[in-house]
Structure formats: structure tokens, C-alpha cells
Design a protein around this ligand. Structure first.
Ligand code: HEC
Ligand code: HEC
Length: 407
């Protein structure tokens, strides 16, 4: 398992400036989310009202499956980094806003959100790119991100890598990630697939599984607008290209914006860049007004049925979980830590240990939790200071002797 890893010299991590104190909108869910305890070093945690039940990301699965090649190791590390709080250097992770690479319509940041699912990413409480305005943006789903370039609501980023770097260092003012972590985050996001949707065939046409209303909606979706016959819904959302033409358009929502894929639209309200529309029916009304479509109310219902058909399905786990034998879980920490040690990369080692301990804590509450979790945690905690103080040989030895998890 030789992942080519060239350690990068990391610039010193700047201290995050104190964040403005903001009122807390506390919920039962938040209280249940022990990790986000109040009064922590980062006030940012106080602002976060965590995702509601069923919208939180799954614990990292990577540690519970065989890692056969370098790509699998990279994706595994990417999932760990995506779900860790170390990457952004605050009390939340990519996964809090993009659970399992999807989106949430319940997360709410007091002072930064105007409605659940929206957040002002250009507010100085978070970022270096303060624009002086309260303008929350809707959190997009990353499902199918390998096929939905460009990125950002304005489509400013052609590929995932520069957007991811921007998300960490620009949007959230986090420490500059190493090339390895960046590659890993990108690899993980590339693995997050569109929902499995039996109503769609490979070319984006409805199958027999779709309702009659959806089939009527499909026809309307492709029908040229009467006032502008060069245009139909399908022009900007072509079904055979995952319902996005990859271009920006002015559709009367304030400026030019990237045409989003509609493959995960059921799971991603509210809609438009600023989440102004709560329902798909509101979106259809917008287009009806904007383009003078003169849709009858039954037409609108059919279009909504179509959008629900193409934008539904079940989200597959972001990375396959063929082996749910939890007992393999800690085994994979070994190669990941070995990578950090080989690269003498303390921050990577720290990220792996911290997230692995969090995963072990989650696992401990499961009915099938194996004995030995406490011992594994202790072993991991012993390795951390060895790495922090540059005792790489001792850390290597400890990984070999103490982390004999599988056996
Ligand atoms: C606090 C919530 C939040 C967190 C945390 C967060 N994001 Fe986002 N993400 C957003 C919002 C809001 C947008 C839309 C921003 C925009 O377009 O201006 C976005 C957009 C994106 C996009 C562009 C998607 C598209 O189709 O245009 C990617 C990719 C992405 N985020 C990845 C990440 C990664 C990787 C992390 C962790 C390093 C992360 N995000 C952390 C809220 C968040
Ligand atoms: C000229 C290009 C264009 C046409 C035509 C068009 N759209 Fe869109 N669509 C967009 C853009 C751009 C956005 C994003 C707007 C924003 O973010 O403010 C969008 C957003 C959407 C959304 C919300 C997706 C989300 O996740 O927020 C839905 C649903 C949608 N369109 C459906 C339709 C339907 C149905 C039609 C036909 C009645 C249609 N579109 C016609 C470009 C287009």
C-alpha cells in the first residue's frame, strides 16, 4: 500500500481571530450533539445548530472496509478529512453542511442564516472574504460533483480542487491544507454519486417506473417557451447531461448563476442560490412568471411531478460499504497513520487520531460495539504526543506494537 506522498512544508497556522459573540438558538438536537459543546475555544461552535435527525452524515465508513489500492486509501483519507473538524480549524466540518456529501435543509447558524439550509459564507465571522452584506447562500448538494462543474453558485471555479482549496482557506479561513489532504478531499467528493434513481435511464429519460403526471411533465420540460422558442427548461437542464448545461444564466434571480443539476433536487430545498423558494412549485411559478409560460395549474403539477421524479431516488453511501464487519474498522487507521509518520506530517497524524477517536466514540454507542474500544483510544492517544514532538521512530514503533487491531 504505497501511496506516493511528498510532505509539503506547511506555513504556520495562524490563530483564528476571536469571533463575534452571537446569540444561541439551541435545540434538542444540538444538546444531543455533544461534540458541539458550548463554551469551547471557538465561538463558531455556538453558532451552529446541528442537522436534524436523518440529515446528519454517517460516521466514516472507510475504516470498515478493505483498502485495496492507492485510490481507495486516498478516498478513505478524504472521507476522514471531510468529516473531521481539524480541516477547517473550527468546531464543524464539511460534513456538517454537506452530510455524506449531500446537503441539509435544517442546519442553521445564528447570525449567519436567514433560513435553515442557508448560510452567509461572506461574513467576517467565518471568512476572509467579507462583503459587508447579509446575503446567505443555499448549501448545494455535492452528489454527482464529478459531473456538475463548474462550482460555486456563480460558476467561478472550473474544477473541484480549486473550489475545495477556496472553501477551506477562503470561505472558512482555515489552515492551508497540504496537497495530500486537498487531493484526498477531492477524491472523496468525486466518489459521492448521484442518488440511485429507478425512474431515470442512463440518458436521463423517464423509465416505466415514473408516474403519468411525471411523463406529461417530461414533455412540458422539453417544450419550447412560446415567447422564446430557442429556450426550454431542457436547454439549461439537459436530461442527457445530468440536467445541467454547465453554464451561467440570468433567469431573473438577481444576477447570472450556474444552472444546477436537478438530480438531487428533492433533497435540496430551499431552492436558487439564496434559497428564496421553499418548494419546487414555487420554482415552477418563478419560471412561469419570468418567461410568460402561461402554464395551467395542471401543467404546473405535472412539472413538479417530473422534477420530483428526476430529482429523487435513494442516495447511495458516498463510498461503498461492502464489509460492514465493524471489527475491521480500526485496522485501516494503521496504514493512514503510517502515511502520516512516513511523511513526518504531524497535522495529518493529528487529524487521523482525532477523527478516529470520534469514530470510536460513536461506535462505542452501537449495539454491536466490540470490546477494546477504550484500549484502542488509549493507544491512539499515546501516539499523538510522539508525533507532536517529532519522535517519529517511536510513533512508528507504537503504531506497529499498540495498534494491532485486526489480530
Ligand atoms: C457552513 C456550511 C458549509 C461548510 C462547513 C462547507 N460548505 Fe461547501 N458550500 C456551502 C455553501 C453555502 C456553498 C455555496 C457557496 C457559493 O456558491 O457561494 C457551498 C459550496 C460548495 C461546493 C460547490 C458545489 C457546487 O455544485 O457549486 C463544494 C464543492 C463544496 N461546498 C465543498 C465543501 C468542502 C470540501 C467543505 C469542507 C472543506 C465544505 N464545502 C464546507 C456551505 C458549506
Ligand atoms: C436559461 C436557463 C434556464 C432555463 C430555461 C431554466 N432554468 Fe432552471 N435554473 C437555471 C439557473 C441559472 C438556476 C439557478 C438560479 C439561482 O441560483 O438563482 C436554475 C434553478 C432551477 C431549479 C432549482 C434548483 C436548485 O437546486 O436550487 C429548478 C428546480 C429548476 N431550475 C427547474 C427549471 C424548470 C422546471 C424550468 C422550465 C420551466 C427551468 N428550470 C428553466 C437555469 C435555467
Amino acid at each position: 500500500m504505497a501511496l506516493l506522498y511528498l510532505p509539503m512544508k506547511k506555513p504556520p497556522v495562524p490563530e483564528r481571530s476571536a469571533l463575534p459573540s452571537l446569540a444561541i438558538r439551541c435545540t434538542a438536537t444540538m444538546a444531543a450533539f455533544g461534540a458541539l459543546s458550548l463554551g469551547s475555544a471557538h465561538l463558531a461552535a455556538d453558532m451552529l445548530v446541528s442537522p436534524g435527525p436523518g440529515q446528519g452524515g454517517e460516521p466514516v465508513a472507510l475504516l470498515g472496509r478493505p483498502l485495496e489500492d492507492d485510490r481507495a486509501v486516498l478516498v478513505a483519507l478524504g472521507e476522514l478529512a471531510f468529516k473531521s473538524k481539524e480541516v477547517l480549524g473550527v468546531e464543524f466540518s464539511c460534513d456538517d453542511c454537506h452530510p455524506d456529501g449531500g446537503t441539509t435543509s435544517t442546519i442553521f447558524f445564528t447570525g449567519l442564516s436567514d433560513k435553515p439550509g442557508n448560510i452567509d459564507t461572506t461574513n467576517r465571522a467565518l471568512t476572509m472574504v467579507e462583503d459587508g452584506r447579509f446575503n446567505p447562500k443555499n448549501i448545494p448538494s455535492l452528489r454527482g460533483a464529478a459531473h456538475t462543474e463548474p462550482f460555486g453558485h456563480r460558476g467561478n471555479f472550473e474544477t473541484l480542487r480549486p473550489f475545495t482549496l477556496f472553501a477551506v482557506t477562503g470561505e472558512f479561513n482555515g489552515p492551508t491544507p497540504t496537497d495530500l489532504i486537498l487531493d484526498a478531499l477531492v477524491a472523496y467528493q468525486e466518489e459521492v454519486a448521484f442518488p440511485d434513481n429507478p425512474a431515470l435511464d442512463a440518458r436521463g429519460r423517464l423509465t416505466d417506473a415514473a408516474s403519468d403526471a411525471a411523463v406529461r411533465g417530461q414533455t412540458l420540460f422539453a417544450k419550447p417557451f412560446s415567447d422564446n422558442p430557442a429556450l426550454s427548461c431542457a436547454t439549461c437542464h439537459p436530461p442527457d447531461a445530468n440536467f445541467t448545461d454547465g453554464a451561467v444564466h440570468d433567469i431573473g434571480s438577481g444576477d447570472v448563476f450556474d444552472a444546477p443539476s436537478l438530480r438531487d433536487v428533492v433533497a435540496s430545498p430551499p431552492y436558487f442560490h439564496d434559497g428564496r423558494h421553499d418548494t419546487l412549485a414555487d420554482v415552477v411559478d418563478h419560471f412561469d412568471r419570468q418567461y410568460g409560460l402561461g402554464l395551467a395549474s395542471s401543467d404546473k403539477d405535472d412539472l413538479v411531478a417530473y422534477l420530483e421524479a428526476i430529482g429523487g431516488g435513494t442516495a447511495p453511501p458516498p463510498v461503498p460499504r461492502p464489509d460492514v464487519n465493524g471489527r475491521r474498522f480500526p485496522a485501516n487507521i494503521e496504514p493512514l497513520l503510517a502515511m502520516a509518520i512516513a511523511g513526518k506530517d504531524h497535522s495529518l497524524g493529528d487529524l487521523i487520531v482525532e477523527q478516529a477517536v470520534r469514530e470510536l466514540d460513536i461506535w462505542r454507542t452501537a449495539a454491536d460495539a466490540p470490546d477494546g474500544i477504550a484500549a484502542w483510544k488509549t493507544a491512539l492517544r499515546r501516539i499523538e504526543p510522539l508525533m507532536a514532538t517529532g519522535k517519529w521512530a517511536a510513533a512508528d514503533e507504537a503504531v506497529r506494537s499498540d495498534l494491532n487491531f485486526v489480530r
